[in-house]
Ligand binder design. Structure first.
Ligand SMILES: [Mg+2]
Length: 304
């Protein structure tokens, strides 16, 4: 009987985001492919250290249906490396106790075109080019920033995922008004359109996937979501109107009215935080795992 991914939330992640492969990558860059493959072969039984997305993946894999005991999330590994490297990678997942069964090894080719074949709902990569390709294909995707000194409490089983609003969960239509007309123009526009939902942004389907997982649990789910937005009281209603129209709930919402997001992120300690603005990502990346979403008007303008 063939296995299917039906009913599961599938997350595609590159080996470089899951593990710290910087040593191997620098060998690839300085000494070339042959030396890189030899280096990986010599270390086939030596697991690389955890990478930026490791704490997130560990908690995602621990989510099980209270009714069927089956895992709710399936992780598929993607890498531009040779299939040869798979031996070390799957040895490492086994050593760390990560139940990952699927891997895609593309020997230099960009792997993003294979995401739809696995029904991937979220793609995390260290390579912005791949992330842009995934976003263009309509898949939620983010560039995972290098791990710094994130201090997650290993004894805390709760999984927390936090999102920016505009150009991440929502489209960038209001952000465009902000960029053209400034704060006053933005606020007036959002007040006038408070009862009109914003168009969906690239992360809406992923948020819906998380909501479906939460609905599996009768009481509090071990997974929580948060909206952390620079919108303030005057512009908040449109965000709520939009979430209501999608029939999804967010557990916590922070309307900061322009205050820096860093302190809230530090208090909430999400296992991943997604934002389209580099400055907010830079302010979060040394505290928590951070994914930059290169979508929307700000990333167009900067040509990032
Ligand atoms: Mg934004």
């Amino acid at each position: 009987m063939s296995e299917t991914l039906d009913g599961k939330l599938v997350i595609g992640i590159t080996t470089r985001s899951l593990f710290d492969l910087e040593e191997s990558n620098s060998i690839f860059e300085k000494q070339g492919r042959e030396a890189y493959v030899a280096h990986q072969r010599e270390r086939e039984n030596e697991a690389p250290p955890p990478g930026a997305a490791f704490p997130l993946v560990k908690r995602l894999l621990a989510l099980r249906s209270p009714k069927t005991e089956q895992p709710l999330v399936d992780i598929v590994l993607f890498t531009r490396s040779d299939p040869e490297i798979g031996v070390r990678i799957f040895n490492a997942t086994k050593q760390y106790g990560l139940d990952i069964k699927r891997g895609v090894f593309t020997s230099g080719q960009d792997p993003y075109k294979y995401l739809p074949a696995f029904n991937v709902a979220l793609f995390l990569s260290a390579n912005e080019e791949s992330v842009r390709g995934a976003l263009q294909a309509g898949i939620a995707a983010a560039t995972i920033m290098p791990a710094m000194h994130q201090q997650y409490d290993d004894t805390d089983p709760q999984l927390r995922i936090a999102f920016d609003g505009d150009a991440v969960l929502f489209s960038d239509e209001a952000e465009r008004v902000y960029q053209q007309e400034g704060l006053a123009g933005f606020t007036a526009h959002e007040v006038a359109n408070a009862d009109t939902p914003l168009a969906p942004g690239p992360f809406k389907p992923f948020l819906e996937g998380l909501s479906r997982i939460q609905a599996e649990y009768s009481n509090y789910a071990p997974i929580r979501t948060a909206l952390i937005t620079a919108r303030g009281a005057l512009a908040h209603k449109r965000a709520i109107t939009t979430l209501r129209s999608w029939n999804v709930t967010i557990d916590e919402a922070f309307f900061l009215s322009g205050l820096d997001k860093r302190k809230v992120i530090e208090a909430y300690m999400p296992h991943v935080y997604f934002d389209d603005q580099r400055r907010y990502c830079d302010g979060a990346a040394d505290i928590v795992t951070t994914g930059h979403v290169p979508s929307g008007v700000i990333n167009e303008r900067n040509g990032q």
